[in-house]
Design a protein around this ligand. Structure first.
Ligand SMILES: [Zn+2]
Length: 325
């Protein structure tokens, strides 16, 4: 069976492998396709595409956009992005600017209250990194203001709190509008990571479906099998296609391997075929409206094979505590 990984990160956002290295590693591991889905950017796509040309790997140009749903940061993956689309890159720039303004404001508020934190601390030697609340949590922990990143979130980094206002955030509607406008196939990433519970997750899924959502990341490194089974039901009920990926970040999450997650994740190529069919319907609704909608392929994560793996490149020392923004 051919396997894919539809959720990966490179140095274009917060991964530690370059786009070329991600492609090379995926080829080495025998994957048939990967989606490069860096946070809030398509900057790594051209390089990944170029690298994939000299291999048999299929590269799905993607992205992962953050937005706020009722005070919780959620992530929406987008597949089949055209990285040369000016409308898209302009929209992504605007989102990044909103995030930058938010980060500047947060930093200023901490500094005004006497916290010894600088932008350099937050970037940790990687000027391309997308600064998130996780970066603040790490620095607050490293500097001894809190005992753990989780405490930093509880004490200082709540949305609507004194350091993190809710105003300057991107909404799910804005993300969905940009993706729809730019013909990017939208898929809610790792639904279990938001801690919403199944009922609220279903509500979120239905709200996003109204806005044009087409996929749900049923298989992910952070989901165990019963969760994936439950998400499969939610996806089917909402008329969404299942997707799956590891959320590979290289050395920033050294326990997560491309295509395998923490060991048991295996995502079949059949799932990508369904997504590609649906993408054709999405971009050519009149032509494809007469085509029957196929039932999504059912697949389950399989136990990892005994294929020997090369160790990951050494992790840079800036290991993020979590990826919550
Ligand atoms: Zn991700």
């Amino acid at each position: 069976m051919n396997f894919v990984d539809l959720h990966t990160h490179s140095t274009a956002s917060d991964g530690t492998l370059t786009p070329e290295e991600v492609v090379a590693r995926a080829s080495f591991l025998g994957l048939k396709a990967i989606a490069l889905t860096d946070h809030d950017t398509v900057d790594g796509i051209a390089r990944a595409k170029q690298a994939a040309r000299s291999s048999s790997l299929e590269l799905i140009p993607g992205m992962e956009l953050s937005c706020i749903y009722q005070g919780t940061e959620i992530h929406i993956l987008g597949f089949f992005a055209d990285e040369t689309d000016r409308q898209l890159t302009k929209g992504l720039n605007e989102f990044r600017q909103i995030r930058c303004r938010r980060n500047d404001n947060m930093l200023r508020r901490f500094q005004e209250d006497g916290f010894d934190i600088t932008m350099e601390d937050l970037m940790h030697g990687n000027s391309d990194t997308v600064i998130t609340r996780a970066h603040f949590a790490r620095v607050l922990t490293e500097k001894g203001y809190v005992s753990s990143p989780a405490k930093a979130f509880d004490k200082y980094l709540q949305y609507g709190g004194p350091y993190c206002t809710r105003k300057e955030t991107v909404t799910p509607k804005q993300v969905m509008e940009l993706m729809n406008r730019c013909h990017v196939w939208p898929c809610l990433a790792h639904p279990m990571q938001y801690g919403l519970g199944y009922e609220e997750t279903e509500k979120l899924v239905l709200l996003l479906k109204e806005l044009g959502l087409r996929g749900l990341e049923v298989y992910h490194s952070s989901h165990h099998q019963p969760q994936s089974a439950r998400l499969q039901v939610i996806a089917k009920k909402a008329g969404l296609l299942p997707s799956g990926g590891s959320d590979f970040h290289g050395g920033n999450k050294p326990d997560i391997e491309l295509g395998r997650g923490r060991g048991g994740l295996r995502v079949s190529y059949a799932l990508l075929e369904d997504i590609k069919d649906d993408y054709k319907r999405m971009v050519s609704p009149s032509f494809f409206s007469s085509q029957p909608v196929r039932e999504p392929s059912v697949l389950c994560p399989e136990p990892s094979s005994s294929q020997a793996l090369q160790p990951l490149l050494p992790a840079k020392e800036h290991t993020l505590p979590s990826r919550g923004e």
